[in-house]
Write a protein that binds this ligand. Structure first.
Ligand SMILES: Cc1cc2nc3c(=O)[nH]c(=O)nc-3n(C[C@H](O)[C@H](O)[C@H](O)COP(=O)(O)OP(=O)(O)OC[C@H]3O[C@@H](n4cnc5c(N)ncnc54)[C@H](O)[C@@H]3O)c2cc1C
Length: 439
């Protein structure tokens, strides 16, 4: 039986491990932390009597077909609640709902789009024209990785208010980057796939289980037979000519026939600085999660976009008493003390949910993930590496590699499957593992 060693137990490493173990390989997954899941994990709240929280709310869409395939392999695909409605709140509390109607795609949002309160009739007309242009130019226009999404939107004469209220809430959270730093190619991918292709692709999946359980090492081992070694940091890569011989760890070398790095770019660069010609294009974009516990329910909505607010989006985690605000591309929060961030978030939230004014904040927890995702800036797409490397038996996975997707769990799952396919080819057993995008 051939052995594959995988470094990194995030979604990418888990996807590669699950797929390869199910093809009959012996798989050894090495993860430096005491738990798997990487950036999509859970931990015990400090001082919280063992209460487990996710590092930050993670959502998926129905078009995340490879992630859902991975969840099937892990037996947790039924643990995702899909929401058909996106709620938008204006300051003062007026609500608009975005949902698919009866018309076939791509006209399925026509009814709810026309009824949105937060855009003027002229802004809706302009946005509809831009959506038609996006459909026309998708796959045809050559410069989308050299311009920013904001440049494209301005070219299509979108007003600052339409950009801030219609385009930014979806794109900034999906790509985790500001519109003036985001390559237009990502904005196109998100809108084309999620909103213009099929009728249910946009539905938002919220895991019912903690991320730590969705992506648990124990589950991976039990369902697929992969061996998972936690607290096993890869400290070096032993090579011989064009082959990798072993991953080095403090507990000893791990030898294998093939190797996958499912590490983020920074630790991989430390291990193999010459692997890429130029690492300088890879940089981070931050996300902050602000967890707020109130003494009473402050909303009945499951989640909502907070229009015109820097705090962007809330998720109702526990009958309206525990809300989590997700702030994507959260650079402005980096210098704020956590207490100030929570206080400002509560103050801001009260503009949308009046009950917040009457409620008492019992506790808060602010998570600032400075290295949350890669920054999807123009020019990066061409530099993202494919699974193959100059070593014939070393392959790359990770959300930052060439997936066609922004930094997401779906991107990570895709990268894991692509690396697993490359290993199967090396072993003379080529087989498709990656599921194609739905459009
Ligand atoms: C706050 C936040 C919110 C997010 N929200 C969403 C969302 O809503 N939806 C979505 O789809 N995506 C979201 N993402 C992005 C998503 O979490 C990532 O794209 C995805 O989890 C990346 O998976 P990965 O396996 O490529 O990398 P990682 O999760 O970073 O996994 C890499 C693993 O390698 C391990 N490692 C590092 N060095 C070593 C070493 N030397 N030896 C062994 N192991 C090592 C790490 O501990 C880690 O477990 C969010 C990310 C963050 C941080």
């Amino acid at each position: 039986m051939r052995t594959v060693a995988i470094a990194g137990g995030g979604v990418a490493g888990i996807a590669a491990a699950a797929a390869l173990a199910q093809t009959g390989c012996r798989v050894i997954l090495l993860e430096s932390r005491p738990y798997s899941g990487g950036r999509a994990a859970s931990y015990a709240l400090p001082g919280g009597d063992g209460e487990i929280i996710d590092n930050c709310q993670h959502i998926l869409l129905k078009c995340c077909v490879n992630l859902l395939d991975l969840y099937r392999r892990l037996g947790v695909d039924s643990q995702v609640d899909f929401h058909r409605e996106f709620h938008y709140l204006e300051p003062g509390g007026r609500r608009s709902v975005f949902r698919a109607g009866l018309l076939p795609a791509p006209a399925h949002f026509a009814g709810s789009f026309a009824a949105l309160h937060f855009l003027s009739a002229a802004e809706k007309l302009q946005a509809a024209q831009a959506l038609l242009a996006l459909r026309r130019e998708h796959g045809r226009r050559a410069d989308l990785d050299s311009i920013t999404m904001r440049q494209w939107l301005e070219e299509k004469r979108q007003s600052p208010r339409a950009i801030a209220r219609f385009w930014a809430p979806v794109l900034v959270s999906a790509v985790n980057e500001d519109l003036d730093r985001m390559a237009a190619t990502h904005g196109f991918q998100v809108f084309h796939l999620a909103f213009l292709s099929s009728k249910d692709a946009y539905q938002m999946g919220v895991p019912r289980l903690p991320l730590g359980e969705m992506h648990s090492a124990h589950r991976l081992a039990a369902r697929t037979g992969a061996e998972v070694l936690l607290r096993r940091k890869v400290t070096g890569v032993r090579t011989e000519g064009s082959r990798v011989r072993a991953f080095e760890t403090e507990q000893g070398d791990v030898e294998a026939d093939a190797f996958i790095s499912a590490l983020p770019f920074e630790p991989l660069r430390r291990l193999l600085p010459d692997l890429l010609d130029d690492w300088s294009a890879f940089d981070y974009s931050p996300i902050a999660g602000i967890h707020l516990w109130f003494d009473r329910p402050v909303t009945e909505l499951p989640h909502a976009v907070l229009l015109d607010s820097p705090f962007q989006w809330f998720f109702n985690k526990q009958q309206g008493r525990y809300l989590q605000l997700v702030v994507s591309a959260s650079r402005f929060l980096e210098t704020w003390p956590r207490q100030q961030a929570a206080a400002r978030a509560v103050e801001d939230l009260s503009r949308y949910l009046p009950e917040v004014r009457r409620a008492k904040l019992e506790r808060f927890h602010v998570v600032k993930e400075v290295r949350a995702t890669f920054s999807a800036r123009p020019g990066l797409s061409a530099l993202r590496p494919h699974p193959e490397t100059r070593f014939e038996n070393l392959f790359l996975a990770g959300d930052w590699t060439q997936t066609g997707w922004p930094s997401t769990m779906e991107g990570a799952a895709r990268s894991g499957y692509r690396a697993a396919e490359a290993v199967c080819r090396l072993f003379g057993d080529p087989r498709p593992l990656l599921l194609p995008d739905i459009a």
